[in-house]
Design a protein around this ligand. Structure first.
Ligand code: MG
Length: 157
């Protein structure tokens, strides 16, 4: 068994859709990025790659590569899971924490868990999504961006 962790931040700007854990949220701002900027999926991808010592998301999907422009991050996650499968790894569980002042994440957690489980190909029992504000402190508290952390366990069998 191996553990991995991931962390990511994206800037919140007007005129972008807000995608978190493969779910589109209604909000007056969205995350800026080369892809759909799903910060939670990016953290999860980095945790999975880290657990397998396979580098990071920037190595596998460079943000200056036109083929990833505007890409649905669920495709990146699916590809990361495939890379791990090739190495003989399966994900045991993952635990994601999203740091955002707005919008409220809680009501969307069941849909997020279900969608990530669908993409990964596991039970939603093995996918945890949590959210916290940062008490209006820092860039997340000022709603300048959203941060996400992910921890995963993988097993080689
Ligand atoms: Mg990112």
């Amino acid at each position: 068994m191996r553990v991995g962790m991931g962390f990511d931040v994206h800037r919140l700007v007007a005129g972008r859709e807000l995608w978190l854990c493969g779910v589109k949220l209604e909000h007056d701002k969205g995350l800026l990025g080369h892809s759909d900027a799903d910060v939670a999926i990016h953290a999860l991808c980095d945790a999975l790659l880290g657990a397998a010592a396979l580098g990071d998301i920037g190595k596998h999907f460079p943000d200056n590569d036109p083929q990833y422009r505007g890409i649905d991050s669920r495709i990146l996650l699916r590809n990361v899971v495939k890379l791990l499968t090739i190495q003989g790894y399966t994900m045991v569980n993952c635990d994601i924490t999203i740091c955002a002042e707005q919008p409220r994440i809680g009501p969307h957690v069941p849909a997020m868990r279900a969608e990530l489980a669908r993409v990964i190909g596991c039970s939603s029992n093995n996918v945890s999504v949590k959210a916290t504000t940062t008490e209006r402190l820092g860039f997340t508290g000022r709603e300048e961006g959203i941060a996400a952390y992910a921890v995963v366990l993988i097993d080689n069998k």
